[in-house]
Ligand binder design. Structure first.
Ligand code: FES
Ligand code: MG
Length: 581
């Protein structure tokens, strides 16, 4: 079905005209205050006012360049006859924000929605990229539903240490384990520390950042090819000004997120996520984004696409060699979408006003080891698997593409920890009663229990096993893991243990059985025994008694529902109307 655009807007129909247009006292105030800032009426009258939601901060190394890039966005907006206004929003830096950025994704989403609603703006440029900023900005813009375009921060350059290429996250874990196993020196470790992040931009492995920006593009919210451009590349500067130019026209065309974010657009995003070997976090964010857009997407859809779309993006951690910089040179996301075009709905309209099919018509792959053909994938099918069973009735997730394949079917005794600090301490004990067959379990790490589902899911390998030469074991939690992590880690167990999900009933020594082919996960404990344990279960103490944490705990939904706040659901209450001016 081809897209039929609505009639073009007139200047009088601009949302901002309600603030600036009328010959009354209120509008007098708005105009005189604009003049207080040094603007002349010629600069805004009859022009789309474009909000630039900038998630720059002095403590977000992934967005350092946004301080300059916002000027490039403004240049584009001015060129196209718009009036740019910068509205900063919470930055949610993955590196620094504790206990976890996931606590604040929904805060950024609310802030974005309310910034757009409360100000005289007609369209929005969303500047994000560091993990949660992408879904946060898009969730808010989707609920507000004025024309919006996403500008990804772009991945940083490849890391380098002593001639070795280093990948964000993945190589930190790898060399940390090597250090703990006594295979590298403290001096080497310092070299890794200096060399692993060499430029501004987001993590350059296929972590959550690159997965989410690719998803933003696949769903139609980024200019074609934009999500793969490295942050330090001049192409990125031009992407910023071009996005500024384009949003002005999007306002005249009334090209809103609702017109772009169809069910098919989200299916395209899932297909791309699978082909990229996506971060497991993508599942949670994509479900939340789709549901905000009123589209029913769930774990079953990931399972469906995982079965048919192979991983062809040979980027770490699913791939073994390459990083996002290589992916860009190889043709980037456009190249990848070209290869999987048979799995995409090419009729979906995008921010260009054109269809996805038109956008990728000239897609090319320049290195088919980085972006593989469909018949030479790096992982055939099932790069992500959704498991269910008596341990996770609402599902959990594992990433077979990034784990030791011998754990795909495994049963072993559970070694259970109730909190992260005690587990962290125990794994350092070289006398710990653990074997490579054990299943290491952490609970109370879910949306409410963590709180905020910290990225603890790649539970650290016990030192004893590392010294024995093991580098993987089956691990199980209701936490998330970083997109740059790897290993046989079962994540997002739903419902979570903190609210009494079955994981809360597991005991050390119980046999846990995982069968990825059959998509099952069970504990070998009888129904009667589980019922007795359930009756004896005592809820852990409350985490927050006031403030944002309190709101979070009261309203956060489970992982399989996208961890959105229940009161932000599209179908919650009545739609919010435009403010009275
Ligand atoms: Fe910002 Fe990884 S820390 S993207
Ligand atoms: Mg991350």
């Amino acid at each position: 079905m081809s897209y039929v655009p609505p009639p073009r807007k007139t200047a009088a129909e601009l949302r901002s005209a309600r603030w600036f247009g009328p010959a009354d006292l209120r509008s007098f105030g708005h105009r005189s205050r604009a003049m207080q800032m040094g603007y002349s009426p010629e600069e805004w009258t009859g022009k789309p006012v474009i909000a630039i939601i900038n998630t720059w901060s002095d403590l977000n190394p992934c967005h350092t360049h946004f301080k300059q890039r916002v000027e490039d966005v403004k240049r584009g907006i001015l060129m196209a006859g718009g009036f740019p206004v910068e509205l900063p929003a919470i930055s949610v830096s993955e590196s620094y924000v504790k206990p976890t950025t996931m606590m604040y994704r929904n805060m950024l989403a609310m802030e974005t929605e309310e910034l757009l609603r409360s100000h005289p703006v007609d369209g929005a440029v969303l500047m994000g990229g560091c993990d949660k900023t992408t879904p946060g900005l898009l969730l808010g813009a989707t609920s507000m539903n004025i024309p919006a375009i996403f500008v990804p921060a772009g991945p940083m350059l490849r890391g380098n240490w002593g001639g070795k290429v280093l990948g964000s996250g993945s190589d930190s874990w790898k060399y940390w384990d090597e250090l703990r196993a006594g295979k590298i020196t403290e001096q080497d470790w310092l070299g890794v520390e200096k060399g692993i992040a060499r430029s501004h931009g987001t993590c350059m492995t296929m972590g959550t950042a690159s997965t989410m920006t690719a998803i933003a593009e696949a769903v139609g919210m980024v200019l074609p090819g934009g999500s793969s451009i490295p942050a330090a590349d001049a192409n990125h500067i031009r992407l910023c000004s071009e996005s500024g130019r384009r949003i002005v026209d999007m306002v005249w065309e009334d090209l809103t997120p609702a017109r772009i974010q169809s069910h098919a657009a989200f299916e395209n995003a899932i297909a791309v996520a699978m082909a990229m070997g996506c971060s497991t976090n993508a599942i949670i964010h994509l479900i939340a984004m789709a549901r905000r857009a009123g589209q029913d997407i769930g774990l079953k859809d990931f399972e469906r696409y995982s079965r048919k779309v192979p991983v062809i993006g040979n980027v770490r951690p699913s791939g073994s060699t390459y990083l996002m910089e290589d992916f860009f040179y190889a043709g980037g996301i456009k190249g990848l979408m070209g290869v999987i075009r048979e799995h995409l709905d090419l009729s979906c309209v995008t921010v260009t006003g054109k269809t996805l099919g038109e956008n990728i018509a000239d897609a090319k792959v320049y290195n088919d080891d980085v972006i593989r053909p469909l018949d030479k994938p790096i992982y055939g099918e099932g790069s992500l698997a959704v498991l269910t069973g008596n341990l996770a009735p609402s599902g959990c997730v594992i990433k077979p593409a990034a784990m030791d394949q011998k754990f795909l079917k495994h049963s072993g005794p559970a070694l259970v920890f109730d909190d992260y600090p005690s587990m962290k301490k125990a794994v350092e004990d070289e006398n710990l009663d653990v074997t490579a067959d054990h299943v290491l379990v952490l609970r109370n790490a879910g949306p409410q229990g963590g709180p905020g589902m910290p990225e603890w899911g790649m539970l650290p390998m016990p030192k004893k096993l590392l010294k024995e030469g093991h580098r993987d074991m089956l691990r199980l939690s209701d936490a998330r893991m970083s997109g740059t992590s790897y290993g046989a880690c079962v994540l997002h167990v739903s419902p979570e243990s903190y609210i009494g999900g079955p994981l809360a009933l597991l005991k050390t020594g119980d046999i846990v059985e995982v069968d990825v082919d059959a998509r099952t996960i069970n504990m070998r404990v009888s129904e009667e025994e589980l019922a007795a344990r359930r009756a004896a279960w005592v809820a852990p103490p409350v985490r927050f008694e006031r403030g944002y944490g309190w709101v979070f705990t009261k309203h956060i939904q489970q992982a399989d529902e996208g961890c959105d706040f229940d009161f932000l659901r599209t179908d919650f209450g009545a739609p919010v109307s435009e403010p009275v001016i």
